[in-house]
Design a binder for this molecule. Sequence first.
Ligand SMILES: Nc1ncnc2c1ncn2[C@@H]1O[C@H](COP(=O)(O)OP(=O)(O)OP(=O)(O)O)[C@@H](O)[C@H]1O
Length: 366
Amino acid sequence: MGQDTTQEAEASPIVVIDKVGKVFTGEDGEEKAALSDVSLSIRRGGIYGIIGLSGAGKSTLIRLINGIERATSGTVTVDGHRIGDLDARQLRVERRRIGMIFQQFNLMPSRTVFDNILFPLKDSDLGKDERRERVTHLLSLVGLDQKADAYPGELSGGQQQRVAIARALASNPKILLCDEATSALDPATTVSILHLLREVNRSLGVTVIIVTHQMSVVKEICDRVAVLDSGRLVEEGSVFSVFANPQAKLTRSFIATTSNIAKLGELVDGGDEDGDGVPDGEPLVRLKPGEKLVSIRYVHKGVFEPLIATVIRRFGVDINILLSDVEVVDGHPIGGTTGIWSGSEDGIRQAIAYLKDKDINVEVLR
Ligand SMILES: Nc1ncnc2c1ncn2[C@@H]1O[C@H](COP(=O)(O)OP(=O)(O)OP(=O)(O)O)[C@@H](O)[C@H]1O
């Protein structure tokens, strides 16, 4: 019986967001919905990504999880507690079990690394020696044993974020919220911090929730992802399935930032990264009238190849392949092919519908 209850607790999601809305009222009295009707649940012990453009509502969502903000509608449940029902004291207790790290690290500059990590333990029941032992252990976990007496200003950005991670773990949290935690770091340091977060997740069993605008971060360590667009949840699923078969246009554009295949559109019209409507460079490939640039993503090569043969034969579509590539997501390959399709408009339309019906992800880039 006891064991069943434990197993149930382990299987139950640690965070449940149910039909949540959050409305802010600006100084001019105008209402602005930061989140609308968002529902999702986060698995205990997982690494969950929340991605969206600036202003999408990502920070608001994690501020609802740690109770800094309250939902205007719907419910937020963390480890079985409805956050909206907790009084101030209960909320303080609950918050101690939720660590958080930020883009700008937020360390105390006038205290040493050791004292920064010790600080959250000031009200803990642990004795003085136990606290110091804990800090020493955390310093070693984040690889900064040698920096206990340094000040934050003497450390690199990556080292400061390691201190922030150790500080966030000091009170033994069950959840670690990461708000754009790698956005201020260079790519190599970003990867090392993400690997540390994975190590924390695995060795301590802490559920990690990562807010980011970088799909590369999601691809590197998350097992599930939610995509927010203007306060609404537009896609949610395992990282592999979202990469293999993205549904929302926004998700595809995020994936395009991590994949060569999806970037091929730039070869056709010269690209327009600055968004001024004028191509940034000379096009390498020009489409003739009636031709389309089409990108396909597939999981099973053995199924994909006969399907393409059928498309060519049955719908009279010619496919001139420009690039084929494989990306590995969550340890599994996802194939991609981008090519110029030519044929009758009807034939191309039917071919696309045929492939989509077979669960192949097809995107017309141009
Ligand atoms: N305290 C507040 N008062 C008024 N409006 C707010 C408040 N906090 C957030 N907003 C608004 O809610 C929307 C969502 O903001 P939020 O910070 O959650 O987005 P975000 O996805 O985290 O963006 P960013 O990546 O830029 O941090 C924005 O339009 C923002 O201006």
